[in-house]
Design a protein around this ligand. Structure first.
Ligand code: FAD
Length: 396
C-alpha cells in the first residue's frame, strides 16, 4: 500500500459509523492539532504548562464552546456528542493534556450548565465559557471523598439570599486557571439528598487556589486544590435545585465519561500509529522489526483494542444524542478505552525498545498520560461497580 492509501484505510476504519459532517470535523481538528499542538506538546509536558498561543487559537476555533448552542456563543454541537468525542479524540491523539483541559471544561462544566441551568445562568455563564474567556473546573473530590462522592464535607449554609461555602477540594482539573466552577457541597444531613451543586465565580472573596499538583502524566493539564473560606454564593447560582446535587453529579459523570473514553481512544490511536511507523522503520537481524510475528501480534492487539474502545465510545455518544439511557454505555466505554490506552501505550513503548523510554520519542509521554484514564471520573473499579449495578438491575 502507498502511504496515502494507508492513511485513507486507517481513516476508513475510524469513520465507517460517522456522517459527513463528523468526518469534516475530524479532518479540521486533525489539521489544527497537527499544525499547532503537535509541535509544542513535548515542551508543554516538560514545563507542566499549557501553551498560551495554542490557547488563543483554540478559542478562535470555538473548541471551548463545542457543546454549547450557538445562541450562547457556542459551536452548536450540544446535540452531537459524537462530534464532541471526535474532537477530544483527535486532540488526545497528539496531546492528552489539551484533550482533558477542553474535555473537562466542556463536558462537566459548560454542558451541565446548559442542561440543568436556569435561563439566567445560561446567559450569564455560558457565553464566556463558550468563548474560552473563562475556563471551567468541576470540584467534587476531597481528601476524604474520592470514590465515595457522598462523603463530601464541604458545606453550604444559607444566610439570607446567599449560601456560604466552607471546605476544600482536591485534584480539580483546570482548578488553578478556571474562572467558573461547579462545586458539590453538603446542604443537609442526608447522605444523598443533602447535596447541592453550585456555580461559583472564582473572583468571589474567600476563594483561593491551593497546591498545584506535580503529576506522572497529563502534566500540562492544571490539577489543583481549591479552598473555600466563607465564600458567599448568591441563591440564584444553585444548579438544578437544592438537594438535587448528587443526582446531577452522577449525570455529569455519566456524560464526562464519554469524553474520558474519547481521550483514551485518541491516546491509543496515537500510540498505535507511532508503533506502526517505528516498526516499519527499525531494522534488527537484517530486516524490519514489523516482519517479526512477535511485533505483528502486538500491533494487531493494539488495533483491536483501540477500535473496540472507539465503537463503545461512539455508541455511548449515539445513545446520549438519541435521548436513550447511556450511563451503562459510558461506563463501559470509559473502562474499555482507559484499559486500551494503558495496553496500547505499553506495547508502543515495547515496540520502540530502549528508544521508547527516551523523551525524543513521544510514546514515553503517551505511556505516562494513559494511566490517568483509569483513575479520574471514577476508577476502573468504580466503573465495574457502575456496570454491574446496571446489569444486575436488568439494564441489558
Ligand atoms: C489527574 C487527575 C485529575 C482529576 N480531575 C478531577 C476533577 O476535575 N474533579 C474532581 O472532582 N476530581 C478529579 N480527580 C479526582 C478523581 O476523580 C479521584 O482521584 C478518583 O475518583 C479516585 O478517588 P481517590 O483518588 O480518592 O481514590 P480512592 O477512592 O481512595 O481509591 C483508592 C483505591 O481504592 C479503590 N476503591 C475505592 N472504593 C472501592 C470500592 N467500593 N470497591 C473496589 N475498589 C474501591 C479505587 O478504585 C482505588 O483503586 C482527578 C484525579 C486525577 C488523578
Amino acid at each position: 500500500m502507498r502511504k496515502e492509501e494507508k492513511i485513507t484505510y486507517l481513516m476508513m476504519i475510524m469513520d465507517f459509523s460517522i456522517n459527513d459532517k463528523q468526518k469534516m470535523i475530524r479532518r479540521i481538528t486533525r489539521e489544527f492539532v497537527e499544525q499547532y499542538i503537535a509541535p509544542v506538546a513535548e515542551d508543554s509536558d516538560r514545563n507542566s504548562q499549557l501553551n498560551p498561543e495554542v490557547f488563543e487559537m483554540m478559542k478562535k476555533m470555538n473548541f471551548f464552546g463545542v457543546c454549547i448552542p450557538k445562541e450562547y456563543g457556542g459551536a452548536g454541537l450540544h446535540d452531537d456528542t459524537t462530534s464532541f468525542a471526535i474532537i477530544v479524540e483527535e486532540i488526545g491523539r497528539v496531546d492528552a493534556s489539551w484533550s482533558i483541559t477542553v474535555g473537562v471544561h466542556c463536558s462537566v462544566v459548560a454542558y451541565p450548565i446548559f442542561k440543568f441551568g436556569t435561563e439566567e445562568q445560561k446567559e450569564k455563564f455560558l457565553v464566556p465559557l463558550a468563548r474560552g474567556e473563562k475556563l471551567g473546573a468541576f470540584a467534587l473530590t476531597e481528601a476524604n471523598a474520592g470514590s465515595d462522592a457522598s462523603a463530601v464535607e464541604t458545606s453550604a449554609v444559607l444566610d439570607g439570599d446567599e449560601w456560604v461555602l466552607n471546605g476544600s477540594k482536591i485534584f480539580a482539573t483546570n482548578g488553578g486557571i478556571a474562572k467558573t466552577l461547579i462545586v458539590a457541597a453538603k446542604t443537609g444531613k442526608e447522605k444523598r439528598k443533602g447535596f447541592t451543586a453550585f456555580i461559583v465565580d472564582t473572583e468571589t472573596p474567600g476563594f483561593s487556589v491551593g497546591v498545584k499538583e506535580d503529576k506522572l502524566g497529563v502534566r500540562a493539564s492544571n490539577t489543583s486544590e481549591l479552598v473555600f473560606q466563607d465564600v458567599r454564593v448568591p441563591k440564584e447560582n444553585v444548579l438544578g435545585g437544592v438537594g438535587n446535587g448528587f443526582r446531577i453529579v452522577l449525570k455529569i459523570l455519566d456524560f464526562g465519561r464519554i469524553l474520558i473514553a474519547a481521550q483514551c481512544v485518541g491516546l491509543g490511536q496515537g500510540a498505535l500509529e507511532s508503533a506502526i511507523k517505528y516498526a516499519n522503520e527499525r531494522e534488527q537481524f537484517g530486516r524490519k522489526i514489523s516482519r517479526f510475528q512477535g511485533i505483528q501480534w502486538k500491533i494487531a492487539d493494539m488495533g483491536v483494542a483501540v477500535e473496540s474502545a472507539r465503537l463503545l465510545t461512539y455508541k455511548a455518544a449515539y445513545l446520549c444524542d438519541h435521548g436513550k439511557p447511556y450511563g451503562l454505555a459510558s461506563a463501559m466505554a470509559k473502562l474499555v478505552a482507559s484499559e486500551a490506552a494503558m495496553n496500547t501505550t505499553h506495547f508502543a513503548v515495547q515496540v520502540h525498545g530502549g528508544y521508547g523510554l527516551m523523551k525524543a520519542y513521544q510514546v514515553e509521554r503517551y505511556f505516562r498520560d494513559a494511566k490517568m484514564g483509569e483513575i479520574y471520573e471514577g476508577t476502573s473499579e468504580i466503573q465495574r461497580m457502575v456496570i454491574a449495578s446496571h446489569l444486575l438491575r436488568g439494564a441489558f
